[in-house]
Write a protein that binds this ligand. Structure first.
Ligand SMILES: Nc1ncnc2c1ncn2[C@@H]1O[C@H](COP(=O)(O)OP(=O)(O)OP(=O)(O)O)[C@@H](O)[C@H]1O
Ligand SMILES: [Mg+2]
Length: 281
């Protein structure tokens, strides 16, 4: 089942000279884990905002085409309605913390109380997201005492507790060290395995290659490609589009070794190892 359908989306910010998104068309099925990649200013964040309705309801500007998310046409529904279907996590977890709650537990409860979820269900949902994101041990801590990785996982937990079936994340690990990034990616992967549709804008290509089912490559607001990591990262014109393939892909490309029986280079450590050891891939 298609969860997201984007048809001919064009968008220009107020006062901007050029389109931030230019005739963007693609669709995403339920449960897919999708990466959005592209050089700086390619349009990744704008596309994330168009999926949650911030474009065009908050940013205004010139808008054309259609975006359907979980059956709702974004243009015709409020951000509040859309937010019941799709949750968004921003780059910096600090911007997503209320700042008024004394504990992680209360922080996660906040959104649920706002939408009137009954007390017993709030407790159930919080226990479940604390477990899912592996932050039970900090549930009584002050949100501002958490590590970056824990804070971002708390931000994701707050969104997931609202039970969206689609999750949009815009560079959720850009503020984190490698260990914190890995914690967050593992958590997102476990959400994906539970059937949540995940769309993630990201500059860390090794992570995209490791976790995503398909990759949407944007350049100057246009879709260049939307395919498996193997296909997208094996493109000859990748550098021209401002994207550097995962290090494993670059090494294998330099050595001229492709995955057995394909025209693709390995994209993960495991694939590279298999090919370089001569086990095929
Ligand atoms: N709030 C805004 N007002 C006006 N123009 C904007 C705004 N945000 C982004 N843009 C423009 O829209 C285009 C796409 O930017 P966007 O932020 O979506 O790119 P991005 O791929 O997320 O880049 P980055 O990798 O740097 O995060 C750029 O030309 C940018 O200048
Ligand atoms: Mg961005």
């Amino acid at each position: 089942m298609k969860r997201i359908v984007v048809e001919g989306l064009k968008y220009k910010y107020p006062l901007a000279d050029s389109l931030a998104l230019n005739d963007v068309t693609f669709d995403i099925k339920q449960g897919e884990f999708i990466g959005i990649i592209g050089k700086n200013l390619a349009g990744k964040s704008t596309l994330c905002q168009a999926l949650v309705g911030l474009v065009p309801h908050f940013y205004k500007g010139a808008y054309g085409g259609k975006v359907f998310v979980g059956g709702l046409e974004v243009k015709n529904h409020s951000i509040a309605d859309i937010s019941l279907k799709v949750g968004m996590v921003f780059q910096n977890p600090f911007t997503q913390v209320t700042g008024s709650k004394m504990t992680v537990y209360e922080e996660i409860a906040f959104g649920l109380e706002n939408i009137g979820v009954p007390r017993s269900e709030i407790i159930e949902r919080i226990d479940s997201v604390l477990n899912l994101l592996k932050i039970e041990q900090v549930k009584d801590h002050n949100p501002f005492d958490l590590s970056g990785g824990q804070m971002q996982r708390m931000a994701i937990a707050s969104i997931i507790a609202m039970k969206p079936d689609i999750l949009v994340l815009d560079e959720p690990t850009s503020q984190l060290d490698p260990a914190g990034s890995e914690e967050v990616f593992q958590a997102i992967q476990s959400l994906s395995k539970q059937g949540i549709t995940v769309i993630l804008a990201e500059h860390k290509m090794e992570k995209i290659a490791q976790y995503c089912d398909r990759v949407l490559l944007l350049n100057n607001g246009k879709v260049v490609d939307f395919d498996t990591p193997g296909k997208v990262f094996s493109r000859e014109d990748l550098e021209e589009k401002g994207v550097t393939a995962p290090v494993y892909t670059r090494v294998c490309k330099a050595l001229g070794v492709k995955k057995a029986g394909t025209d693709e280079y390995p994209v993960t450590l495991e694939e590279a190892e298999r090919v370089l050891r001569g086990d095929g891939a």
